[in-house]
Structures are given as structure tokens and as C-alpha cells.
Design a protein around this ligand. Sequence first.
Ligand code: SF4
Length: 372
Amino acid sequence: MAHISYSQLSLFSECPKHWQLNYIDKVNVFEPSIYLVFGSAMHTTLQTYLDTMYKETITKADALNLPKLLQENLSDEFLKSKKECGKDPCTKNQLNEFFQDGINIIDFFKKNRNKYFSKKWELLGCEFPLNIEIKGKLRFVGYIDVIIRNIQSGRIKIIDIKTSTRGWRDKEKKNKNKTSQVLLYKHFYSQKYNVPIDMIDVEYFIVKRKLWENLDFPQKRIQLFSPASGTVSVKRTLNSLSNFVDSAFDGEGNRILKEYAATPSKDACRWCEFNQTEHCDKDKYAKKYALEFDVRYEEFPPTHEQHNMYCVLPKFNYGKPFAKWRYFERNKKIAERSDIIVGFIPNNVVSNGTMSTIDYAQKLNKKTLIIS
Ligand code: SF4
């Protein structure tokens, strides 16, 4: 039976083509990593502590040998990943380093546990399943990391555990694609269990592997972040979900088999397993048709990329160290070189790169056109 999860929505919102390659074409170029192994192992370890603390006693939870548990969970996740991908997800050194980071997190968590979790709350579940029909046979499926209810007020808190290197900065906190997972859970939990939505709070419980060095003030290994989760924010997330469902699923909830737009952006492409592969050569169609129709074809890659035969700038400009400003430099050069800039931006898609080029062109009084 077809189902969607938050990670599918997130993928589609960033780049529909990335979603297509994963879920329609089912191209398997998945690269296992220590980050995934560590994330899963840490989740299970913390959840085991909370499960014991709430269902039994704090004393019993404190008596758990969490380092040993973490080690076993890391080992399980390592083997699981190896079985799925046919190769080691990480080196032994990485595993040791991340294990030590995990020990530091556990140490901080146990010493400060009462600031985050107390017996004034009851546990409704760890890995709490949500399974809701949204269109035809299509279901939304998700698992809430931790859900607790305040015994006195009855308020509910949905908690999502994230593992991070040094915590979330403003960029991550402002990234709606990153923060709307708990908003969807809030909406669907309220709907399924008939709980007024304003009785539900949401929180990211972010555990940090590393601390900044040489800082004068004490740092915490745990960062809490509650994104805006009022009516407007929940509605915006539901609109993204509707857009995804309407664009990619038919009335019966089956995936629509078609070519989906690629919406390249620095953030989306940087971590995309299809970047620079045969599966997504973002510029290949422009090039293919330009050459086929004998139209002059030129390229302006950012100068941290390699030179090729279509580059307008000479070779010595390329192969520089990576820097974000080189994209803006490139966009400006494209605007200067062109008589008219045409941007192809699908509806409801934010394309900062194309818009930056269009802004430069408008400042130079060049003609611009956006086709959705
Ligand atoms: S490389 Fe970029 S444009 Fe291509 S599928 Fe991945 S995210 Fe989309």
C-alpha cells in the first residue's frame, strides 16, 4: 500500500527530481554513513532510558549501563547498514570517535536529566506510530520519537530527537523544510486522537557531539528548539503536503509516473547522492538541445569548479577553493553576458540561484522572464 513519510515530503519540497529518482525510478545509490549509524544508535539508547524511567523507575533507568547499550546499538546499526549496502558504513576510527562523543552526550544527559524529563509527565510512547489515510489508499506514516503528557495540565509534548555535530544555528532553525516534521506530527496526532491542537507542544531535542573549543562559558550537550507551531505554521506545512500529494499521486493514491522537475540549489544538491551522476546532470537538457539545434552554447560554472570546453572564461579562472560568493560572481557574469534572462522556476519552488541572476540582470536593465 502506498504511503508517504515526512522524509519524502522534505525530499520532494527540496527537489521533486530527487524524490522521483528515489521513489519512482528506485535508483539505489544509497551511501551508508557513520552519521546514520550513530543517529539511530543514539535514538535507541535514549529511548531505552526514557522507557525504563517512565514505565519503571528513575533509579532503574539510572542503573542502566548506557555506554554498553550504546556500543551494542552502534554495533547492531553498523551490521544492519553493512547488510543493506554490502559495505562498511564507516571506518573503525570513525566508530570509536562517535562512540566517545556518544559517551559525552550520555554523561551530560544523565547529570541533567531532570531539566528535560521528570515524573510530572507520563510517557505516551517512544517511536509512537502514526498511520493516517490522506488520499485514496495513500497513507501518511510517521514515528514520533518521544511523546509525553503533563499529568497535571494534560498538555502533550511531541519530541523529535536529532543528532548534530555542534547543534542547530539560525540557518537550521529557519529552514522550514527541517523544522516542519513535528508540525505534521502535531496535526495528525491531534486529528487521530481527537486532542485539541492547542494542547500539543512540539520540540526538537538536539544532542551535540562536539562543543566549541576555548569558550568562556559552559556549553550544553543538549539544545532544545521549539519551532513556531501555531495555526499559520501548521497550515503552511499542510499546504506543502497537499502540493506534494496533488503533484505526485493520483486520486487513488498511486504515484504518478512522469518526469519531475529538478530544482537545483546549493543546499539540496550538496548532499544529493545523484549530484554529478548520470541520473541528474542538471544542465544536460539545455546543452543537448542547444547543440542539437546548433545554437551557441556557453557555460559559466562557479570558479571553484573545473574548466571545460564550453566555459567563456579562460582556464586559469577555475579550480579555486570553494566559496559561496563564487555562485554570486557567476550569476553576475551570466547577467552581464546575456541580453535576456529566462528563468524556469516551477510553482511553489524557491530558486535562490535563478532569482539572484534575475536580480543582477534587472539592475543592468536587461530583459527578464520567469516561466513556471
Ligand atoms: S543533484 Fe540537485 S537537481 Fe539533481 S536531483 Fe539532486 S537535488 Fe535535484
